[in-house]
Design a protein around this ligand. Structure first.
Ligand code: 5GP
Ligand code: ZN
Length: 107
């Protein structure tokens, strides 16, 4: 989607500080971090939020979640980290392309 910020980041049209990339996911540092380490994991597939996810997205969601501990460890958060998925206006979501916040402190 050309009018979606995170689709444009995934396409490389808007620069980001990349943490990880494969065929289906991109992870990059949040531009306004709320912790010393704060990155976002997004599927390259445009899904507006968790509300738009269906049974067919089960594997994608599972793989996104499983990336969190792997990338958190690579970013030095050996003691643990926090995860969040803001969902919908009432959930404080600002960018309507599904993303998993991963944040915390390096150990
Ligand atoms: P939300 O509130 O939708 O869960 O979070 C969106 C996040 O995206 C915010 O934490 C915000 O700082 C981050 N963000 C917004 N625009 C950009 C951008 O252009 N680049 C990066 N790296 N992060 C962004
Ligand atoms: Zn998108």
């Amino acid at each position: 989607m050309s009018d979606c910020l995170f689709c444009r980041i995934a396409a490389g049209e808007i620069p980001s500080k990349k943490v990880y990339e494969d065929d289906d996911f991109l992870a990059f540092h949040d531009i306004r971090p709320i912790a010393p380490v704060h990155f976002l994991i997004i599927p390259k597939l445009h899904l507006a939020s968790l509300v738009q996810c269906e049974d067919t997205h089960q594997a994608l969601l599972g793989r996104m979640l499983l990336l969190a501990p792997k990338l958190a460890a690579e970013q030095g958060m050996a003691d643990g980290f926090k995860c969040g998925i803001n969902t919908g206006v009432g959930g404080g979501q600002e960018v309507f392309h599904l993303h998993l916040h991963v944040f915390g402190h390096p150990a």
